[in-house]
Write a protein that binds this ligand. Structure first.
Ligand code: PMP
Length: 287
């Protein structure tokens, strides 16, 4: 794999950063994961807009214009064979001379790292009629109050995912003060009596790019949809649960805490949405 580090493309084995990098010392940085299908970066403008926002919230200088970021993503993708892959992109505040919590003054150059990973183009949405769905667990959301920033500080998310994997599930779905927030690395939708709902944007969740697309497709296709607070009781009693992310698309959750969700199979509302979703993606990425 070729990676990009601070201005240079190189083999991943050659990439080196200092242990004084604030990303290593304080998780002082942000990231994005941008999917590409047939070599076409999907929703890259939206991802780069969120990157700008995350950097702005942390007062980290954005080293590149949107055009340059896009060019770098495209180049790295091509150098690694294009096709179906995700581009991982990380910006930290940089490598300071000494370990000090306060931001270095004057500011130092940020550290920029990018890599790619193969992506399976066959997700649940590509087979709405034969998808079997996945298992999830529910858990208390232990994270900080700025989950809207896509920060590399992912220890709670990693612990929660591990908890899910240990019980044979793919995701931990989180509640805070009795209300649904999101998954450890996904946004969550519930369906009851045909009505789709997802929690509104706030400091408690990440504004997912896939979440936005799902909402757009629900509205465009006149599927009954609400952005509103969803209680834990509603989550546990939902007919359907979906999780969404750039690498998972929209995936049906058919069991929660070992108990079936609805009939324990992907629901009809999900199937309708999945058909629209895959059609939309094919049109953009000309499959
Ligand atoms: N929430 C969290 C906590 C995440 O880590 C992610 C994926 N990075 C998402 C939601 C989904 O966001 P997206 O659709 O932009 O991949």
């Amino acid at each position: 794999t070729e990676v990009y580090l601070n201005g240079t493309f190189m083999e991943s084995e050659r990439a080196r950063i200092s242990p004084l990098d604030r990303g290593f010392l304080f998780a002082d940085g942000v990231y994005e994961v941008i999917p590409a299908f047939n070599g076409v970066l999907f929703r890259i403008d939206e991802h780069l807009a969120r990157l700008e926002r995350s950097l702005g919230e942390l007062q980290i200088h954005n080293p590149h214009s949107r055009e340059t970021w896009q060019m770098l993503c495209q180049k790295l993708l091509l150098r690694n064979g294009g096709g179906n892959a995700s581009v991982y992109l990380q910006v930290t505040r940089g490598t300071a001379a000494t370990r000090d919590h306060a931001f270095p003054m004057p500011p130092i150059p940020p550290t920029i790292f990018m890599t790619t990973a193969a992506l399976n183009a066959e997700t649940a949405v590509t087979q709405p009629d034969s998808a079997s769905g996945a298992a999830a667990i529910s858990a208390d959301d232990p994270r900080w109050a700025r989950c809207d920033i896509k920060s590399v500080s992912l220890l709670p998310n990693a612990m929660l995912r591990q908890q899910a994997v240990a019980s044979g599930a793919v995701e931990a779905i989180l509640t805070r003060d009795g209300f649904l927030t999101e998954g450890s690395s996904t946004n969550v939708f519930v369906v009851k009596d045909g009505l789709i709902a997802t929690p509104p944007l706030s400091n408690r969740i990440l504004g997912g790019i896939t979440r936005d697309l799902v909402i757009e497709l629900c509205r465009k296709n006149r599927m009954p949809f609400e952005e509103r607070a969803v209680s834990e009781a509603e989550l546990l009693d939902a007919d359907e649960i979906w999780i969404s992310s750039s690498t998972k698309d929209v995936m049906p959750i058919v069991s929660l805490n070992q108990k079936p969700v609805g009939h324990g199979r992907p629901g009809e509302v999900w199937k309708a949405l999945a058909r629209r979703y895959v059609e939309f993606k094919r049109n953009i990425c000309c499959e």
